[in-house]
Design a protein around this ligand. Structure first.
Ligand code: ATP
Ligand code: MG
Length: 402
């Protein structure tokens, strides 16, 4: 992280020495002023893309039409974008025209929210034409300029507004919120992938319950693929549900919680696919929903041990945590920790034989029997019924198969 900042400063210096204006912009400035961890660095400059490419030895023209060049500074890639204005959002999602400008203020004016519309120079001076710092202090997300116009230009901004509010724990300025209610329908013009990114970030934020409540209240929900199905028939979140959603450990647990309280356990895949979520997330959510539902069989030690071996301790632990949150008076996590503590082997990797070993020793064709046998051995070794030693395990395997 320190290296990224150092490289970024060097890029600003090079641009300034060549006579151009150059700033850090966007999320970097916001998060730095908030004292939050910073994850990426955006740079804006008055230099045109071809000038940026001339100034630095290693560059990649990543988005020339929009003025973006990736500069490799000390092997670190940094996005450098020429000051620009945008106009003609006929499709409610992308500008038809991009015009390069010389003034940072014009560039900041095209940005979505005041807290995202500040620039920071090499000497630490903050350029803040729209009151972003005041809004940081007041913990407010406020559109730059007239909110309705800005949302009509790019409908995704409405969801970004909820996302930043959830991530930062900020409120939404009343005029900005009203404008979302007016423009909510336009969200249907936005590409599903972009909706998905913002929604997942919001759900993983500090106040996921506010995001759910707000997509329902503003009507955004109707134009959001997958989410519209998930929340169909849901009018609001009860106070208890809001608490639970917030308390859930991570993104997957929160998704699982929503599927459970909305009665959509059977539609996890359909809904997440409609939202174009990654396969990995879909699988994890399906698993979490299933585990949480089946935790009723909690007192069946064998079953629980099998889950730990099959799905990994972390997944079962998160499911147990969710189960406790939902039931209010169980100790699933504690019981699970005790069980895990007692297990002689904690994962399939710990088992002293592999599937290949079994196949070789038994001289049989591969097939599902290997997996079943491995789990059986792991369970017995985990609970201490047999020793986790190669010879003992192979002997036991032969007995089981006989
Ligand atoms: P994050 O912490 O998620 O990276 P960020 O503020 O950096 O937050 P990005 O999506 O990386 O958000 O965008 C960088 C900057 O570009 C924003 O801070 C904002 O100034 C501007 N921006 C991004 N998307 C839009 C948009 N749809 N409309 C207007 N400005 C936008
Ligand atoms: Mg960013």
């Amino acid at each position: 992280k320190q290296d990224v900042l150092k490289a970024g400063r060097q890029v600003l210096r090079t641009l300034e020495e060549a006579g151009y204006a150059a700033y850090f912009v966007g999320g970097y400035v916001r998060d730095t002023l908030l004292g939050r961890p910073v994850h990426d660095l955006d740079i804006a400059t008055s230099a045109r893309p071809e000038e940026v490419m001339r100034l630095f030895t290693k560059t990649v023209p990543t988005g020339l039409a929009h003025g973006t060049v990736t500069v490799l500074q000390d092997r670190i890639p940094l996005e450098v974008t020429t000051f620009r204005t945008e106009s003609g959002y006929e499709d409610h999602r992308r500008p038809d025209k991009v015009r390069f400008v010389d003034d940072i203020t014009e560039d900041l004016a095209r940005r979505d929210f005041t807290v995202n519309a500040m620039a920071l120079d090499l000497r630490g001076e903050v350029i803040d034409p729209f009151g972003g710092r005041d809004d940081l202090d007041a913990k407010l997300i406020r559109a730059v300029g007239r909110a309705e116009e800005r949302f009509a230009e790019d409908a995704l901004r409405m969801l970004r507004c909820l996302r930043f509010a959830s991530q930062l724990g900020f409120s939404i300025d009343p005029d900005t919120y009203k404008a979302i209610k007016v423009c909510a329908e336009d969200i249907r013009y936005v590409a599903v992938e972009r909706i998905s990114i913002e929604w997942n970030k919001a759900l993983a934020g500090l106040y996921p319950d506010c995001t759910v409540a707000d997509v329902l209240k503003t009507g955004l929900v109707y134009g959001m693929p997958g989410i519209n199905r998930l929340l169909e028939g849901k009018r609001e979140l009860a106070i208890e549900e809001r608490k639970c959603l917030r308390a859930a450990n991570d993104l997957v647990s929160r998704w699982a919680y929503l599927f459970l309280i909305c009665g959509r356990e059977a539609e996890v895949e359909t809904i997440l696919r409609a939202l174009r979520c990654e396969k990995k997330l879909i699988k994890a959510c399906e698993q979490m929903v299933e585990l949480t539902q089946r935790l009723n069989a909690l007192h069946d030690t064998d079953k629980r041990m099998r889950w730990i071996l099959e799905f990994g301790f972390n997944a079962v632990h998160n499911a147990a945590a969710l189960y406790d949150i939902m039931s209010g008076d169980t100790n699933a996590v504690q019981e699970l920790l005790r069980l895990h503590e007692s297990m002689r082997i904690k994962s399939m990797q710990d088992l002293a034989v592999s599937g290949a070993d079994l196949q070789r020793e038994m001289g049989q064709k591969g097939g599902p029997w290997i997996r079943d046998l491995l789990f059986q051995l792991a369970l017995e070794a985990g609970s201490g019924q047999i020793a986790n030693e190669r010879q003992a395990l192979l002997l036991r395997a032969r007995m089981i198969l006989r």
